[in-house]
Write a protein that binds this ligand. Structure first.
Ligand code: AP5
Length: 216
């Protein structure tokens, strides 16, 4: 099973993808995570990527498409994959179509998470993660059980994403409205788009995803 999870920054794409990985054994292909790994590596393209991400803008399509194509070819995707944060432009959506038909693959579901912008700002401004294992937390919704200590690995250092600053979140939302939202009609015209309310609890949203997946 291959699927795309769509939605604005902070809609819960990463959170729901993690649950689908655990439940269905799929591989999560997050272009944001790939780009952050590139930045962390300290390479020259990583510096340029960091500048773009810190402005809340999008990385050039050709780089992103090449990155995803390489990941889809890996044997680890044999049970299927979740595209999280890709495609993000109509150019990327069309390139994905061409790539899938070339690899004799298809997309089973395109799931859109619908979330109000005021909720997004609250979600992103409170988000932090463990610096060691990357597990995600939130100031209001999910703090570590023991204050200052990661539940999973016990590390005591946490990180906040530099692009979660309010001014960058505004630019990311603008990029979503102008460059990503136009791909929604592209998928609804194909008859594969399913939109769900992303404002319930994590479990409530996941139940809706399960219903879609169980429906075939
Ligand atoms: P990326 O990393 O993809 O960021 P994003 O799309 O902005 O999404 P986020 O990771 O911020 O949010 P999410 O929807 O995954 O929400 P999450 O589950 O974390 O991209 C970052 C940057 O990389 C882009 O700005 C761009 O520069 C570049 N980039 C990436 N892909 C690209 C591409 N294809 N082309 C070009 N450039 C690209 O949840 C957010 C918070 O809310 C968490 O704290 C979570 O715990 C909480 N939460 C989640 N669900 C719920 C819930 N139901 N109830 C309460 N809290 C919840």
């Amino acid at each position: 099973m291959n699927l795309i999870i769509l939605g604005p920054p902070g809609a819960g794409k990463g959170t729901q993808s993690e649950k689908m990985v655990e439940t269905f054994g799929l591989v999560q292909l997050s272009t944001g995570d790939m780009l952050r790994a590139e930045v962390k590596s300290g390479s020259e393209p990583g510096d340029e990527t960091k500048n773009i991400m810190d402005l809340g803008e999008l990385v050039p399509d050709d780089r992103i498409v090449a990155m995803i194509s390489k990941q889809i070819d890996k044997p680890s995707t044999v049970k299927g994959f979740i595209l999280d944060g890709f495609p993000r432009t109509t150019v990327q959506a069309r390139a994905l179509d061409a790539m899938l038909s070339e690899k004799s693959l298809k997309m089973d579901h395109v799931i859109q998470l619908v979330v109000d912008e005021n909720v997004i700002v609250e979600r992103l401004s409170g988000r932090f993660s463990c610096s060691e294992c990357g597990v995600g937390y939130h100031d209001s919704f999910k703090n570590p059980v023991e204050d200052g200590k990661c539940d999973k690995c016990g590390a005591q250092e946490f990180l906040r994403r530099s692009d979660d600053k309010p001014e960058t979140v505004r630019s990311r939302l603008l990029a979503y409205r102008e460059q990503t939202a136009p791909i929604i009609p592209f998928y609804s015209d194909k008859g594969v788009l399913q939109s769900i309310d992303g404002m319930g609890t994590v479990e409530e949203v996941f139940d809706k995803i399960n219903e879609i997946v169980a429906g075939g």
